[in-house]
Ligand binder design. Structure first.
Ligand SMILES: [Zn+2]
Length: 213
């Protein structure tokens, strides 16, 4: 573990105020994982939801930092559900950051594309009757994707990071972060092998949600 990360504790104001919202960073803790040794901080948003940054290297004020903005997926990440590719994407990003020696995952607690776990499982039940992921959300009265990335922009701003390489297959994230003044030098695509359960889901993401593969 590099000492420079440890001495950086407290170099960021623990509370960052902006005009509309405030986020609060926890202290830095070490987080050894099966993907490598990382650092972790919790970021509490203005309504008390606890998000996570997990990172490697000295990220504060870094230029062209490799960043993954990842939304929580309990079914994929805890139970290793094969209905989606979230767990593989997160693993890919952590392995990539470990290999680079520097980078960050911003882990946002917006389960089920922002509709929550309860409604996500309701959508899965509809998908079991033949609807695709977009049709199921619409049938439940939700847009196909309710996730927002403002908070990721705020976190990057608070850490003094204004330019990144974004690890994503989702072009919406590029636009959302650009709106928050984040300069994106390049997109780092995630290469996932589809399985028989998520093959259709990945096709819908590609065809209806403009994800790039
Ligand atoms: Zn998932």
């Amino acid at each position: 573990m590099k000492a420079d990360n440890i001495t950086n504790i407290g170099s960021i104001p623990l509370k960052t105020q902006s005009t509309e919202t405030s986020i609060t960073f926890s202290e830095v803790a070490k987080m050894p994982t099966s993907h490598g040794d990382f650092h972790v901080r919790v970021v509490m948003d203005s309504v008390g939801t606890e998000h996570v940054i997990i990172y490697k290297g000295t990220i504060e004020n870094a230029e062209f930092l490799d960043v993954r903005v990842h939304s929580e997926c309990l079914t994929g990440e805890v139970f290793e559900s094969m209905r989606c590719d979230c767990d593989q994407q997160l693993s890919w990003a952590l392995d990539h950051i470990e290999a680079q020696g520097i980078g960050m995952v911003i882990y946002l607690r917006q389960e089920g594309r922002g509709i929550g776990l309860f409604n996500k499982i309701r959508a899965y039940a509809l998908q079991d009757t033949g609807l695709d992921t977009v049709e199921a959300n619409i049938k439940l009265g939700f847009p196909s994707d309710m996730r927002t990335y403002e908070l990721a922009g705020e976190i990057l701003n608070a850490l003094g990071i204004s330019s990144i390489n974004l690890i994503t297959n989702n072009p919406l994230k590029l636009d959302a972060l650009k709106k928050h003044g984040i300069k994106i030098r390049s997109r780092i695509p995630i290469l996932i092998e589809p399985n028989e359960h998520n093959k259709h889901y990945l096709n819908v993401k590609s065809n209806k949600m403009n994800h790039l593969f």
